[in-house]
Design a protein. Structure first.
Lengths: 415, 166
C-alpha cells in the first residue's frame, strides 16, 4: 500500500520538508492542506535565512556591496519566476503581497480605467472570493455588469452559453484550477473565445502554477495571478504577470517610493514596468525565497510533479471509494487527468468541522469550510465541505492515513 | 492535551443526533432571530413566542456542526419557560463558561450557572444544567467556541429586539 506512485518523485522529497518530521497529538503529521498553503523545503528556508544573515539591505538605491547584492538576488528571482511560467520578459513579472492583491491590482488599475456603466465582465460560479469581491467593489463604484458562467453537475464549467455571455464583455476572469473541486478549466479554449469576442482573459492560477507546467503563451492569458506560499515559497509574496503593452498602458495601483521617476508638488511621473506597480520596500526575503522555490520545483521537474499528483489523486479516489463506499462522495471531475489533487468530499452527514476535528486527533490536517468560494457552495447545495489537497511531498501512506482516520469519524458519529 | 472525549461528550452527541425543539414557529405571532458564523457558514434560526416577559416556546432551525447544533438544542431546553431576565443571566453564565479567561481562574461560571438553574424552580432544571455543563470542554478547543455560542448570541439579539419593541 505504501508503493511509490511515481518513479521521479519518491520518499526522498518528503525528507526535504522539515515540518513534515513533526508529530501532532502524538501522531506523525499527515499534511493534506496544500491548496491552502504548502510546506517549505530546506532549499527555501536556507535561501531566506542566508539572505537575512549575509545580504540584508534595501534594494535598488544603495551603491554599497550588500545593497547591490540584495537587488541582484531580487531581480534574479524575478527572472526565475518569468522562466518558470515561460513569460517573454522578466519585466512582465510584478511582485505583490499575494494573489489577492495581484487580482485587486488588475481590477483597480485595468478595470478602473476600462470599465464603465455600459460594460460587462464575465466570471464563473467556481471562483475564489479573491476573483469575485474586487469586481463587486469596482462594480459598485462604476456600475458595470458581472455575468456568470455556470457549472455542470460534475463540477466543470458549462460553456453552452459562452458566446452569449462574452458578447460585448471586456474581460473574462477565471480560475485555471478550482480550489474546491480541483477542476482544470480549458484556459486556451476560453482565451480563444474571449479574444474572438474582443475581451481580455485574466487567469487566477493560484492552484495551477504550483502543480502543472505553465506557459502563459500557450494558456493565452492577458493577465495571470498566483501566490508564492502555495508553491513551496513563503507567505507575503504573490505575482502578477501581464503582457507588457497592458502593464505599460494601465495606471499604477499603490503610490509611494520606488514606483516613481519624479515627484513634484504638482504631481508625479510613474516609474517603468514592473517598478511602477511595486510601491514601497518589497518583501525582499520572501521574493528571494520564491526564487528558491521555483528553482526547487524546476529541479523536481514540473512534468514529474504533475505525473505524481495525477497518480496520487487516482490512488486517493480509488482508496476512499474502496474503503468507504457510499459513505463518501467526492465533488468534482471523476477522471484524475481532468483535475488537480484537490479532493472536496462529503462523508455521511457529518459536518466538515466535526470531520476535520476528529482527523486532527490522528495528525491528519484537512480544511473544513466554504474555502472562500461561497457562490460555488450554493451551487453545490452545501454550506461547507471537507477538503484534502495533495502536493509533491504526499504519498500513498498519507492517503491511507486519511482513509483510516475517516473510519474513526464513522465510529464516533455513526448512527 | 485535550482529547476528543472532552469535546464530544455523550450528551452532546445525543443532542446532535436527537435535537430538542427542532423546527420553526409561525411568524407572527412568533419572533425570529438568526445567527450566522461567516467562518464556516453555519446558521441557526430561532423562532420564539413570548407571553409577557416569559419565553413560552422556542424552536431551533438552521444547520451546522455537532457543537453548534447540540448547544442550540440544549439552550432551547434550558430557556423555555424562563423570563427575559433569567435568560440573560443564564446567557451571561454560559458565555462566561465559554471564555478562556474565566475557565483559567476557576469555577465562577459553574456557580453562576447553578444559581440560574435554582431560580428556575422546575423539576428538571438540574438535568438541563447538566446538559449545559457538558459543553465546558469546548473551551479547550478555542476554534469551536464560536460554534457553541452561535445559538446563544442569536437568542440574545432576538430578546434585545423584543425588549426594544416594547
Amino acid at each position: 500500500m505504501s508503493a511509490r506512485v511515481s518513479p521521479e518523485i519518491d520518499g526522498a522529497v518528503k525528507a526535504q520538508f522539515p515540518l513534515l518530521e513533526r508529530s501532532v497529538h502524538g501522531r506523525p503529521i499527515v499534511y493534506l492542506d496544500s491548496a491552502a498553503s504548502s510546506q517549505k523545503p530546506m532549499a527555501v528556508l536556507d535561501a531566506m535565512d542566508d539572505y537575512y544573515r549575509t545580504v540584508n539591505a534595501n534594494v535598488h538605491r544603495g551603491a554599497y556591496e550588500i545593497a547591490a547584492a540584495a537587488t541582484e538576488q531580487m531581480e534574479q528571482a524575478r527572472a526565475d519566476v518569468a522562466r518558470f511560467i515561460s513569460a517573454p520578459s522578466a519585466d512582465e513579472i510584478v511582485f505583490t503581497k499575494n494573489a489577492t492583491e495581484a487580482m485587486n491590482l488588475v481590477a483597480r488599475s485595468w478595470g478602473g480605467s476600462n470599465l464603465g456603466p455600459a460594460d460587462a465582465i464575465v466570471l464563473t460560479e467556481m471562483e475564489h472570493h479573491a476573483n469575485i469581491v474586487p469586481w463587486h467593489i469596482l462594480a459598485a463604484e462604476r456600475g458595470f455588469e458581472i455575468r456568470w458562467i455556470p457549472i455542470t453537475h460534475d463540477g466543470c464549467l458549462d460553456l453552452t452559453d459562452l458566446d452569449r455571455l462574452l458578447d460585448g464583455a471586456k474581460l473574462l476572469s477565471v480560475t485555471a484550477m478550482s480550489n474546491v473541486l480541483g477542476t482544470l478549466n480549458p484556459i486556451p479554449r476560453l482565451a480563444a473565445a474571449a479574444h474572438e469576442a474582443g475581451a481580455l482573459l485574466s487567469v487566477d492560477a493560484s492552484q495551477y502554477v504550483p502543480h502543472l507546467p505553465t506557459d502563459v503563451g500557450e494558456l493565452g492569458a492577458d493577465f495571470m495571478v498566483f501566490t508564492g506560499h502555495k508553491m513551496c515559497g513563503p507567505t507575503g509574496v504573490g505575482v502578477l504577470w501581464a503582457r507588457m503593452e497592458l502593464l505599460d498602458a494601465i495606471p499604477p495601483f499603490l503610490g509611494g517610493g520606488e514606483m516613481i521617476l519624479d515627484v513634484t508638488k504638482e504631481g508625479f511621473r510613474p516609474n517603468t514596468v514592473p517598478h511602477k506597480f511595486e510601491a514601497g520596500t518589497p518583501p525582499i526575503a520572501e521574493i528571494v525565497g520564491l526564487g528558491a522555490a521555483v528553482r526547487y520545483l524546476e529541479g523536481l521537474g514540473m512534468d514529474a510533479v504533475r505525473a505524481h499528483e495525477v497518480s496520487l489523486t487516482g490512488y486517493a479516489l480509488r482508496t476512499l471509494t474502496d474503503r468507504h463506499g457510499d459513505d463518501i462522495t467526492v465533488h468534482g471531475p471523476s477522471e484524475p487527468a481532468q483535475r488537480g489533487g484537490v479532493l472536496s468530499f462529503v462523508y455521511r452527514d457529518v459536518h466538515p468541522h466535526d470531520i476535520s476535528q476528529v482527523l486532527d486527533q490522528s495528525g491528519v490536517c484537512v480544511r473544513a469550510g466554504h474555502h472562500c468560494a461561497k457562490p460555488l457552495m450554493r451551487c453545490l447545495g452545501v454550506t461547507a465541505t471537507t477538503r484534502a489537497s495533495l502536493y509533491v511531498y504526499n504519498d500513498t501512506s498519507d492517503i491511507d492515513s486519511l482513509a483510516d482516520a475517516l473510519g474513526e469519524v464513522g465510529a464516533l458519529f455513526g448512527h | 492535551m485535550a482529547g476528543l472525549e472532552d469535546l464530544y461528550r455523550e450528551i452532546i452527541l445525543d443532542h446532535y443526533r436527537n435535537p430538542r425543539n427542532r423546527g420553526e414557529l409561525e411568524c407572527p405571532p412568533a419572533q425570529r432571530s438568526e445567527g450566522f458564523n461567516p467562518l464556516c457558514g453555519d446558521e441557526v434560526v430561532l423562532t420564539f413566542e413570548m407571553d409577557g416577559d416569559v419565553v413560552t416556546d422556542l424552536r431551533v432551525g438552521g444547520y451546522g456542526c455537532s457543537i453548534s447544533q447540540a448547544s442550540a438544542s440544549m439552550m432551547s431546553a434550558a430557556v423555555i419557560g424562563k423570563t427575559i431576565d433569567e435568560i440573560r443571566d443564564l446567557t451571561r453564565s454560559f458565555k462566561a463558561m465559554m471564555s478562556i479567561h474565566e475557565e483559567s481562574i476557576g469555577g465562577d461560571g459553574t456557580e453562576a450557572l447553578d444559581g440560574a438553574g435554582e431560580s428556575d424552580g422546575s423539576t428538571d432544571g438540574a438535568l438541563r444544567l447538566g446538559d449545559l455543563e457538558a459543553l465546558r470542554g469546548v473551551v479547550k478547543f478555542p476554534v469551536r467556541i464560536k460554534c457553541a455560542t452561535l445559538g446563544w448570541n442569536a437568542l440574545a439579539t432576538g430578546l434585545d429586539e423584543t425588549a426594544e419593541g416594547e
